[in-house]
Write a protein that binds this ligand. Structure first.
Ligand code: HEM
Length: 459
């Protein structure tokens, strides 16, 4: 059987093309080669899939296709060696379950009010009529939610230091200079204290020490009434029935916190951009939010249909994560009519699937209505990946997105500073707005109108 089609370009040139503009590159290879595209990366075949039936196989054929933690080893620099991304098999399954229990329905309901309060607190620090960049402001909100709500750290010196270190670490990881240096020969060489890597390791070391101190303190003051994720991990046992070490708990905390900060902030910043660049979307969304009256209950905000459609469309058009984590073919398998050999790396291409004209007509246009008119399968709309390594904070991320957006939109009149379209930029793992979405607060907003029943055709 033949291999999937693809370019014969050498790896270094492929890398350059991808780096220059990942979005045009993905559009080009999908248009030219179709739903399944193979490229050679050094001597490893890399296969990108952007058809729902192929995606379904990647997520479900777990006998032949494995979501190996070793493939995510490069993230260990940030997450530690025992982060959820690096684990496999029973250990991975068990620890995923532990982390997921932190995001169940009643837990989320309990923290909705706090998410709205943190949003208000941080937004109120912005001056009226003075331009600001939305991305770092939103990042401040999502990081505060991550540290306080997900991790359960109360305000104080350690809380502030951890927040500062997290923000610096991720800024480092996203900086263009760091990306460039990582690819060049500096990376991996020990250049002493002046190398970019040594700065990163220093920050990581400080963060690890503070997190370990917090874990140790919680262990000694075990409080069964606390319901945050860290308190649960301290009391939980591992898959063999033994308590987890401080390092294991520390590493388990970092990936969810990083995702809670970066991925969620990116999705919210993109949503603010689209809402404010399209007046009809803005008007319809405000009418829906206002229909709930003053100070609505967070649980009624998250069920609003148009708000949900806007969040989905923001995650479709520029998915925060362009690709799911890589999967490894471990025994011969047929995917979409092609025989793939062991050693092949399979990538579920979220971006190109979301750009399919047959699923999403006029895919480059922001049209939330498509999510009101049609229900998409988990292999057609997959911002949170799928299968054994699917995003375990997906439901929480949507919950947070809706509450932060509804709080900002109902309290403030905002506008975009520039009329130029915001371009996507790929950095670290994320697809974030290149200019960070520059905005201006025109003023505080008075509640418009009286509570009324919102119907989907109210435009
Ligand atoms: C809009 C926000 C977010 C997006 C778009 C997103 C997207 C994703 C995607 C695409 C994956 C890979 C799935 C796969 O390979 O099949 C993933 C994994 C993951 N996400 Fe998220 N994520 C978001 C927010 C969050 C939040 C808030 C948390 C936790 C609080 C979180 C925790 C994780 C973890 C721990 C994994 C790895 C799971 C594993 O290895 O088993 N994510 N996410």
């Amino acid at each position: 059987m033949k291999s999937p089609p693809g370019p014969n370009t050498p790896s270094w040139l492929l890398n350059l093309q991808f780096e220059a503009d990942p979005f045009s590159y993905m559009d080009r290879i999908s248009q030219r080669y179709g739903d399944i595209v193979s490229v050679m990366y050094d001597s490893t075949p890399l296969v990108y899939v952007s058809h729902p039936s192929g995606i379904k196989q990647i997520f479900n054929n777990t006998k032949e296709i494995a979501a190996r933690g070793a493939l995510n080893r490069s993230f260990a620099l940030l997450t530690g060696n025992q982060g959820i991304l690096q684990l496999d098999g029973l250990q991975h399954k068990h620890r995923r379950k532990l982390l997921m229990s932190a995001f169940h329905g009643t837990r989320m309901q309990a923290c909705g009010q706090r998410i709205c309060e943190l949003t208000e607190k941080i937004m109120s620090q912005q001056a009226i009529a003075k331009p600001f960049v939305a991305y770092p402001t939103i990042e401040d909100i999502t990081l505060s939610v991550g540290i306080e709500v997900v991790m359960g750290l109360r305000e104080g010196e350690r809380h502030n230091k951890i927040k500062h270190l997290f923000a610096s670490l991720f800024k480092h990881e996203l900086s263009p200079l760091f990306e460039l240096l990582k690819k060049l020969f500096f990376w991996g060489l020990n250049l002493g204290r002046s190398s970019p890597r040594s700065d990163l390791l220093q920050l990581r070391q400080e963060l690890f020490q503070l997190l370990s101190a917090e874990v140790e303190e919680r262990r000694h003051q075990a409080d069964h009434s606390r319901t945050d994720i860290l308190s649960e991990l301290v009391l939980a046992c591992d898959e063999t029935g033994e308590p987890m070490t401080n390092e294991e708990i520390r590493d388990l905390l970092i990936s969810p916190l990083g995702a809670a900060q970066g991925a969620s902030a990116t999705a919210i910043a993109w949503s603010l951009y689209w809402i404010h660049s399209l007046p009809t979307v803005h008007k319809r969304l405000l009418a829906e939010i206002d229909s709930l009256g003053n100070n609505p209950d967070p649980m009624s905000i998250v069920t609003l249909p148009y708000l949900s459609a806007v969040c989905n469309e923001a995650l479709r058009i520029y998915p925060t994560q362009l690709f799911a984590f890589p999967r490894l073919v471990e025994s011969p398998v047929e995917v979409m009519g092609y025989e793939l050999n062991p050693g092949t790396i399979l990538i579920a291409n979220i971006y190109s699937t979301h750009q399919r004209e047959d699923l999403y007509p006029s895919p480059h246009q922001f049209q939330p209505e498509r999510f009101l008119e049609k229900q998409f399968s988990p292999y057609e709309f997959l911002p949170f990946g799928g299968g054994t390594r699917s995003c375990l904070g997906g439901a929480f991320a949507l919950f947070e997105m809706k509450l932060v957006l509804a709080t900002i939109l109902s309290r403030y009149q905002l506008k975009l500073v520039s009329k130029q379209p915001e371009r996507p930029k790929f950095g670290g793992l994320l697809c974030y707005p290149a200019n960070g979405v520059k905005m201006l607060i025109l003023g505080q907003r008075q509640h418009q109108g009286h509570p009324h029943e919102f119907t989907a055709d109210l435009v």
